[in-house]
Design a protein. Structure first.
Length: 147
């Protein structure tokens, strides 16, 4: 058995772009930035930012296009997919996350601190989901863990 699963939590880098395919199906695309903090070999804290292209289809694309905005945090679950095309005689590739489900981040969506989940399979309604935890910004020292 093979697994193709992507999970990210970060901030939108631009407002979602919503379009329609020739078949009439909605498609929404945007990018999410995630940060990683680590200590280098000299013990200095470093921060690394990654940018992830995300695409959604159907009802999920409609909901994302309506409610997600630049700068807002979002939790995305989906699968990795690489597309290829030819442009000016050069073969181009793009790897993106095809979203299956998402949650508004801690201050996103309704703005009341609630987090809501929407998936491609049950996107007719937005059920309540537990609030995502507030993670510490500093690294955790393993010696501080009591067990």
């Amino acid at each position: 058995m093979y697994i193709n699963k992507a999970t990210i939590y970060g901030n939108l880098t631009r407002d979602p772009e919503k379009r329609a395919l020739p078949s009439g199906q909605s498609v929404c695309s945007f990018a999410v930035a995630t940060n990683r903090t680590y200590s280098d070999k000299d013990g200095k804290k470093q921060e690394q930012t990654e940018f992830h292209d995300v695409v959604a289809f159907g009802k999920l694309a409609d909901v994302m296009g309506q409610w997600l905005k630049k700068g807002r945090p979002v939790y995305i679950e989906g699968r990795m997919q690489t597309r290829s095309w030819e442009q000016d005689g050069v073969k181009r590739y793009r790897t993106e996350i095809v979203a299956d489900t998402f949650q508004f981040g801690a201050d996103g969506g309704k703005g009341g601190g609630e987090s809501n989940t929407v998936s491609s399979s049950n996107s007719e309604s937005i059920p309540n989901a537990p609030k995502l935890p507030d993670y510490p910004e500093e690294e955790i020292n393993p010696d501080d863990i009591p067990f």
